[in-house]
Write a protein that binds this ligand. Structure first.
Ligand SMILES: Nc1ncnc2c1ncn2[C@@H]1O[C@H](COP(=O)(O)OP(=O)(O)O)[C@@H](O)[C@H]1O
Ligand SMILES: [Mg+2]
Length: 228
């Protein structure tokens, strides 16, 4: 079934990734472009593509980290210096070994599965991968997203999170998505990440309505510098 047919018949679109290749980026973008176009919400492509791509990168990264650490779900508890090991992992990943990790991920069925569907004009996007977040990660992420929800922009976030002990524990990807959602008038109810003992699922619920577009336009106008 093609993406067009899936949209026409209102079926789920499923995209499975074992690494973040150009073809995965292409499929995600095409699927999203077509769905949004179908509901007259072309404008939302940039924030939504940026968000879904970040979620797929996170999921693939977690899967590859699992392979790199030879199946240890919690590399915090192993005997070696986990801080150093993580740095080493990041170095490895920048060496263009993505193809090798892609093969290993396929062998172990470690995927990042993106599903998109629209029900009653609400776009549901889930990105799922079979790696749980540790309790420490969950707590760190939860804390950051709560702060992000109350911030006006990223500068505000840095000021607010100065006291946050967990600052070093996690990056900014999920924080930025939270802020982009705020820019569309949406809250933590519409973007959240959840993890149990066997998987992590990040979910976005976006109403494809005039209100969402209006909020996004308003935010764009507020943040775009006016020329004299
Ligand atoms: N799909 C996922 N599976 C497992 N862990 C995840 C997943 N997504 C996010 N995480 C955890 O949440 C942390 C925060 O993610 P993010 O804000 O995107 O920062 P970064 O990707 O720069 O680390 C990650 O470092 C990782 O520990
Ligand atoms: Mg990230």
């Amino acid at each position: 079934m093609t993406i067009d047919e899936a949209i026409e018949q209102n079926k789920k679109i499923i995209i499975k990734a074992y690494s973040v290749s150009e073809s995965i980026e292409y499929f995600l973008k095409v699927a999203l472009t077509k769905v949004l176009h179908n509901y007259g919400c072309d404008m939302l492509l940039i924030p939504l593509y940026t968000s879904v791509k970040e979620l797929v990168v996170n999921a693939v990264k977690a899967n590859h980290k699992f392979i790199y650490f030879e199946g240890r779900k919690s590399y915090n508890s192993v005997f070696f210096d986990s801080e150093k090991a993580l740095q080493l992992f990041k170095l490895e990943m920048t060496r263009g070994d993505a193809h090798y990790f892609d093969l290993l991920a396929r062998k172990q069925n470690l995927y990042a599965m993106t599903t998109m569907s629209v029900i009653d004009r609400i776009l549901y996007i889930d990105v799922e991968n079979p790696i749980p977040m540790s309790d420490i990660e969950k707590e760190a992420v939860g804390k950051k997203l709560k702060i992000a929800q109350d911030c006006q922009d990223i500068t505000d976030y840095f000021i607010q999170s100065q006291e946050d002990d967990y600052k070093e524990g996690a990056g900014l990807g999920l924080v930025l998505i939270t802020m982009m959602f705020k820019g569309m008038g949406l809250s933590q109810k519409h973007f959240f990440i959840d993890s149990d003992f066997e998987k992590t699922i990040a979910s976005m619920h976006v109403p494809l309505t005039a209100t969402t577009i209006q909020e996004y336009k308003k935010r764009l106008e507020e943040t775009t510098p006016k020329s004299a």
